[in-house]
Design a protein around this ligand. Sequence first.
Ligand SMILES: *[C@@H]1O[C@H](CO)[C@@H](O)[C@H](O)[C@H]1NC(C)=O
Ligand SMILES: *[C@@H]1O[C@H](CO)[C@@H](O)[C@H](O)[C@H]1NC(C)=O
Ligand SMILES: *[C@@H]1O[C@H](CO)[C@@H](O)[C@H](O)[C@H]1NC(C)=O
Ligand SMILES: *[C@@H]1O[C@H](CO)[C@@H](O)[C@H](O)[C@H]1NC(C)=O
Length: 387
Amino acid sequence: MDFSNYSKIVFPLVLVLVFPFSSASKSRSPCDFPAIFNFGDSNSDTGGLSAAFGQAGPPAGETYFGAPAGRYCDGRLVIDFIAESLGLPYLSAFLDALGSNFSHGANFATAGSTIRPQNTTLHQSGFSPISLNVQTYEFNDFLLRSQFIRTKGGVFSKLMPKEKHFSQGLYTFDIGQNDLTAGYFLNMSTDQVRAYVPDVIDQFKTAIQDIYGRGGRYFWIHNTGPVGCLPYVLDRVLITAGQVDKAGCASPFNEVAQFFNSKLKEAVIELRKDLPLAGFTYVDVYSVKYELISRPKKHGFEHPLQACCGHGGKYNYNMHHGCGSKIKVKGKEIILGKSCKNPSVRINWDGVHFTEAANKWVFEQIVNGSYSDPPLPLNMACHKQYA
Ligand SMILES: *[C@@H]1O[C@H](CO)[C@@H](O)[C@H](O)[C@H]1NC(C)=O
Ligand SMILES: *[C@@H]1O[C@H](CO)[C@@H](O)[C@H](O)[C@H]1NC(C)=O
Ligand SMILES: *[C@@H]1O[C@H](CO)[C@@H](O)[C@H](O)[C@H]1NC(C)=O
Ligand SMILES: *[C@@H]1O[C@H](CO)[C@@H](O)[C@H](O)[C@H]1NC(C)=O
């Protein structure tokens, strides 16, 4: 019997039957991302700035790692929880030459990173020279040289990702907060900061296009948090009574953050059109963080606007005596920036960054996709659901 005609007829039928099921997200299989490549600032730095400019000292890391671990936090960051939940190891920092294992990805983020390169040094302004464009140069270098090392064999080859990890891996982004504060710290007005946001977003798009051009396909993009609720902003900038919202946050700063986020979301929509082979998930981390800070008791937290680890003042934050800072009095060393008693009920760690407990809470809110566009869980982020 000749089946060739038969199969020609059956094939379209099978398609029609299968299609409605395969398009429902429930029947889709998890993505099994074999690697994560992360780009960002201190919100996701797992050792980059520490490797290049000196370790984030104690009491950083005390809650989880028991010692400083390159993170500006008492423990794990959202990116650590993301890695854990995908069954992957914590990410080594690309810049960390010691003990790094890149077999399942690499982290290019450094604390203080901006999207746009800043025209100041780290020591002048506190912003990292490893801006997002530099992170993509590092990524390109990593992509080529890791494969060269794998091909060559030898002791380091097993510490490198497989070639296919670059197309199958998840590319995560959490950056932009420092681009906003950079202008304010130069005494710019809110209007001046808003005016340069489109340029910041353009440079973000350039970075994504670059990574896509090298084979990246799955992008998980966090928007920026409510920076006007952070002690280092509240303490440093003059805010009038009318500019404080119900949660005690500085409204103008949060409005700029939301403006940035609206432009970021537009950019993601454009990127979906321009880069049709890629999947983009936009994650509204702003709303999650603001919910936590504005209703801490409901979620088991307290003192949302005070740093856990710091020194004095309304926000337990002093820019000259940060978390872990020491002074010498009559030859005796005194620690000024001490940790609070119970970081597990605190939101802010050091005036700038979230505690491990808060990071875990944020992660738990975003992992199931309820703050994502499209609303897919993290482990389904390779499936495109938008038109
Ligand atoms: C690198 O990490 C992977 C995943 O955690 C692990 O299986 C492997 O043994 C590690 N390699 C070395 C040399 O430690
Ligand atoms: C840095 O300076 C260059 C050249 O003047 C300028 O184009 C760029 O916008 C500046 N960057 C920032 C972040 O201000
Ligand atoms: C911003 O203004 C403050 C207060 O007037 C001043 O002390 C500081 O030097 C200014 N900073 C810059 C970068 O101009
Ligand atoms: C997602 O998880 C959060 C936190 O566990 C929960 O409150 C929310 O109802 C979940 N949403 C969905 C759509 O499952």
